[in-house]
Design a protein around this ligand. Structure first.
Ligand code: AMP
Ligand code: MN
Ligand code: MN
Ligand code: MN
Length: 285
């Protein structure tokens, strides 16, 4: 019963993953994942295809999205889970964020141009669906052009604060993102909290405010987070009365922080975000 594998954070070609929603489901299935959420950046266009394929392979599928948020001048990611994907307000606001992504991409390309990397907008676009242009697509273009040997080194020399290709961007507010998710019947989760590097003073402020705004959970386990932080975030979950989530943040075979299907175990002290989700409990049988 405890062997069930739950992964509530993953990406497809709809945003910056390498596998289509259908391929992602099959990959997860082959890695023995029992419950999967597809959480593309600011886009839910892959959910229908993923759900259909999950039904075919008899895997439990959870609707998801990863919303880009600006909080106190920092970019945070808020995962929304198990919402109604036909919710018009959520769809409308995600489409506005994607418009902002496009404007940001043009500015990023301009900045890369000043550093001698030309045609980056068109180059990045080749790797993306229109609308969800993100830093990874630029990173792939930069590698293609030979300015860096791999994606990892791109994110050292380019696209990060203080380096060519980085632009400040105002995303959604934390309160708005939580509200859109809640109004669509879902649960809001702070994605990979360990990646924000906020220091021990600011984390409590964030968790407190997130709870106050109606947030449900934090990713205690994340493939893109140092496992040594699990204990701290588990304690935070208990302290701020938040549930715990778990996800690989898978982007594609070989390029991800972590493969699917091998999550660290959830600490026994936390309450999982899927506590009341009947379809997850059904997968335990
Ligand atoms: P964006 O939302 O367009 O700013 O892009 C954020 C995405 O870039 C993340 O979801 C990751 O997929 C990717 N990313 C950011 N930093 C790194 C890194 N150091 N290595 C690999 N991918 C990264
Ligand atoms: Mn990504
Ligand atoms: Mn993220
Ligand atoms: Mn992610």
């Amino acid at each position: 019963m405890n062997n069930i594998v739950i992964d509530l954070h993953s990406h497809s070609t709809i945003s910056d993953g390498l596998l289509s929603p259908r391929e992602l489901i099959n990959h997860a299935h082959n890695k023995n994942v029992n419950v999967l959420a597809l959480t593309d950046h600011d886009d839910i266009a892959g959910l229908a295809e993923a759900k259909k394929e999950a039904e075919r392979v008899k895997m439990t599928f959870i609707n998801g999205v990863e919303i880009s948020v600006t909080w106190r001048k920092r970019t945070l990611h808020i995962v929304g889970l198990r919402f109604d994907s036909s919710n018009e307000n959520l769809k409308k606001n995600l489409s506005l964020i994607r418009k902002g992504r496009n404007t940001r991409a043009q500015k990023m390309a301009h900045s890369l141009g000043l550093a001698g990397i030309g045609n980056a907008y068109e180059g990045a676009k080749k790797y993306a669906r229109s609308g969800t242009l993100g830093r990874i697509h630029f990173a792939r273009f930069i590698v293609e052009q030979g300015y860096a040997k791999d994606i990892k080194s791109v994110f050292k020399k380019y696209l990060i604060q203080g380096k060519p290709g980085f632009v400040e961007h105002e995303w959604a507010s934390l309160g708005d993102a939580v509200q859109w998710i809640n109004d669509a019947g879902g649960s809001a989760v702070i994605a990979h909290p360990g990646r924000y590097d906020m220091g021990s003073k600011l984390y409590p402020v964030l968790f407190d405010e997130f709870k106050e705004l109606g947030g449900a959970a934090i990713e205690v386990i994340s493939g893109s987070q140092d496992p040594s932080q699990t204990k701290y975030f588990s304690e935070c979950a208990s302290k701020y009365d938040l549930l715990a989530s778990c996800g690989s943040d898978f982007h594609g075979p070989g390029i991800s922080f972590r493969e699917m299907g091998k999550p660290q175990p959830m600490p026994p002290a936390v309450t999982p975000v899927w506590r009341d989700w009947h379809e997850v409990h059904a997968s335990f049988q």
